[in-house]
Design a protein around this ligand. Structure first.
Ligand code: ZN
Length: 370
């Protein structure tokens, strides 16, 4: 199912709307519209104006979140990071980019650019509203100027929220960049993730008990705490894994004992071969050409009684993922996870030198993290 829709391009980056965003849009508009305080319309003809303003507020709000993400992306592009897309979803935006630069100064600039955009929009809106309502006080209630006030206020909150010193917030990245000036990147990530988790823990408690006599318990804080806890753990894990695997050449972890099969082989014959050789994946070769790859999972999709009549060429994957023998294991992991496959073929010039599976990578990780 298609979950996001492209609406245009900015700086060459596709801008997408996630399905959750489309669902939340009317809800937001309804909340803004049904709140009598900012708009204060009562008679029928003014009610429609109220809805138009509420809708405008929602659109402007998400446009400013988009600008926040564009702030990050501007610096990312400047430092040569490739950005696949910016997606607006339920609560905010996400710029999906390649690996973030491991240069503290660059990472910090990239991270802070977003909140800076939010603060700039927020301050400009509030100043503008202040000037207008200062000149004409009656303007400040129940019309377009209230939209500007609300927009300014929410942008300031977005800026502050993103500066929380915890992954996956921008503040977490700034913290890591700061730690990374005096220690290794992995250590800095782990330290920043640890602080993020502590922060999430405190926020969770705050959400459950509140501050006696001051703030009521609030389930939102518990939800945000969960979000931060998971984000921090994930960041620490993926960074550690990719830094460890970067030092490992593909050649060291692949299995070079490869058994290839012919496209004309039947699944019956393939299953016998699998029991004998005990490999889970086999390159399919005809003459000297690589035709595809066939795995245990492909074989398993064919019922026992049909296996004599189905050929390897009917079930194999034709679009084979390959990686050169001089690559490192983190590149192999990236390929395996982005394409969501079980194994890649390792090539040396034009011949197959080995096969590298997810299991090989996990085993290498277990050994190396000892
Ligand atoms: Zn941000």
């Amino acid at each position: 199912m298609k979950v996001s829709f492209q609406i245009g391009k900015i700086m060459g980056i596709p801008i997408k709307l996630h399905i959750t965003f489309l669902l939340i849009l009317p809800v937001f508009a309804l909340i803004f519209a049904s709140n009598p305080a900012p708009y204060g319309f009562s008679n029928v003809s003014e009610v429609s104006t109220r809805y138009i303003l509420a809708f405008a507020t929602t659109i402007l709000l998400f446009s400013s979140i988009l600008l926040h993400e564009i702030g990050h992306s501007y610096f990312a592009k400047k430092y040569g990071v490739k950005i696949d897309s910016i997606t607006l979803l339920l609560f905010g935006g996400v710029a999906s980019m390649e690996e973030i630069p491991r240069n503290p100064a660059q990472e910090a600039k990239m991270a802070i650019a977003g909140p800076m955009v939010s603060f700039t929009i927020g301050t400009m809106c509030l100043l503008f509203n202040g000037v207008i309502s200062g000149l004409q006080p009656s303007f400040s209630d129940g019309n377009i100027f209230h939209v500007i006030w609300l927009l300014g206020y929410i942008n300031l909150i977005v800026g502050v929220f993103n500066l929380l010193p915890a992954f996956p917030m921008d503040g977490g990245r700034i913290l890591r960049a700061w730690f990374a000036t005096s220690m290794s990147y992995v250590k800095a990530t782990q330290k920043a993730a640890y602080i993020g988790k502590m922060f999430a823990f405190m926020m969770g408690i705050f959400g459950i008990v509140g501050v006696p006599g001051l703030i009521y318990p609030n389930p939102w804080f518990i939800l945000i705490a969960f979000f931060i806890y998971i984000g921090a753990s994930e960041e620490a894990r993926t960074t550690t894994v990719s830094v460890i695997l970067e030092k490992v050449p593909v050649q060291k972890v692949m299995s070079s004992d490869i058994v290839s099969v012919q496209p004309s082989m039947t699944i019956d014959e393939l299953s016998k071969l699998m029991f004998e050789k005990k490999h889970m994946g086999y390159p399919v070769i005809e003459g000297n050409n690589l035709k595809g790859i066939v795995t245990f999972t492909d074989m398993h999709t064919i019922p026992q009684q049909e296996r004599a009549n189905v050929l390897v060429s009917d079930v194999m994957t034709r679009d084979v993922a390959t990686i050169p023998i001089d690559a490192d294991a983190s590149e192999a992991l990236k390929l395996i996870s982005t394409r969501n496959i079980g194994r890649v073929l390792v090539t040396d010039n034009n011949s197959i030198a080995g096969i590298l599976s997810r299991t090989d990578l996990v085993r290498a990780l277990q050994l190396l993290s000892e």
